[in-house]
Design a protein around this ligand. Sequence first.
Ligand code: SF4
Length: 384
Amino acid sequence: MHKKNTVFLRTFGCQMNIRDSEVISGLLQKAGYRISATDQDADIIIFNTCSVRKHAEDRVWSLIGSYKGSKVIGLVGCMAQNYKEQAFQRDPHISFVVGPQDIHKLPVIIEKILGDNLFSDKNLLERKIWETAGDLRPEEIYHMDFYQDKNHAHVVISEGCSNFCSYCVVPYVRGALRHRKHKDILIEIREVIARGVTKVTLLGQNVNAYQDSQVNFTKLLEQVNALSGLKEFDFFTSHPKDAGVDFFKAIRDLEKLVKRLHLPLQSGSDKILKLMNRGYQAKDYLSLIDSYRKIVKSGRLTTDIIVGFPTETDAEFNQTYALVKKARFNAAYIFKYSSRPGTEAAKIIDPLKQAELEQRHRKILNLQRSISQELRSSQVDAKK
Ligand code: SF4
C-alpha cells in the first residue's frame, strides 16, 4: 500500500461531479492516500470532468497538457466515459481513465499503477471499466464520511438519466436512470446530521422521476422532512414532464423544504422542444408554472434556456424570448448551444453563424437580467 502518495482532485461541471469528488476523496483517504488542496505537493492529479460543453473539455485537455508528464494523471468522470481509450491517444501522459460508474474502483486502479512504476510511461487502462455502465454504484461509496462543507451536504438520490434529450451526453456517459434505495438515502442523511450538518441538497439528473418500490419523489421529500435535526433541504434538478400538483403541494407544505423550483424550459418553440426530445410543449410548461405559482405562493422559479439549437429560426427564438418575458423567472441559466459528438442533435447539420448565436444569447440574457432585477426590487419594496 502506497500510504504516502498525495492526490489532488480538480473538479469540473455540476453538483453531481462535486459530490462524486467528495466520494472519491473519501475512498482514497480510506485507502491511505492524502488529499491535498493544491497540486504542488501532489503525485497524482485526478481530473473529475464534465462533457456537457465543449469549452469545459478544452480546458481539461489544456490543463492536462500543462503537467507535461510530471505527475500521474487520471481522467475521471464524464469525459473519461466519453473518450474511453481515445483519451490515451489524445494525451499520452494520462495514466488512467475511469468513467462515473466506476469511481469505486479508483483505489485499486491507482494501486495497480503505482505498483507498476510511478511516473513510468507504461499506461494502464482498466479495460473493464465500461462494463458496469447501467449498474447502481456500490452503496458503501456514499458512506465514506467525506463532505467539503460542515453544514451543508449533497446527497445523491439517483444516478444517470434515461431521458435522452437530443443535445445531452448525460445518458451516454452516466448510463440509464437508477434509483438509490430510499432507506439508504435516509441512512446517509441521518449520518450527516449526526456530524453536524443542518442543510441537505438531494441530487439527481431528474429527481422528480425518483421511484423506489412504493416511494416516489414526493414521498421521499416527506420522509426527509420528518428527520429530526435537519433544518433545511432542497433538491436539484427537476424535469417538467415529471412535475405535477402533488409535487408542488409538497414544496408548499413541507416546512423544511426550500420554496424554490428549478424547472428547465430550454426553448419556447414547440418545434425545437420536439427536436430536443423534451416531452412537453410550450403551453404545457406555462400551465405547469401557473399551477406552481398558485400552489407555492411566494416560491422562487428558475430555469435553463438553450439558444441556437440547430435549425432554430429567428421566429422560433422569438417564441423563447416571448415565453421568458411571460414566465418572469427569478433567474435563468442561458446557454449557447454546444454540439456534443454522439448525441442526436449533433447529427443535425445547421450551424448557426456565431454572430447570430451571440446576438440571441445577449438579447435573452438582457431580458432576463431586467426581469430578475425588477423581481428583486419588488421583493425589497414589499419588505419595507
Ligand atoms: S433530463 Fe435531458 S438534459 Fe437533463 S440530464 Fe437527462 S438527458 Fe440530459
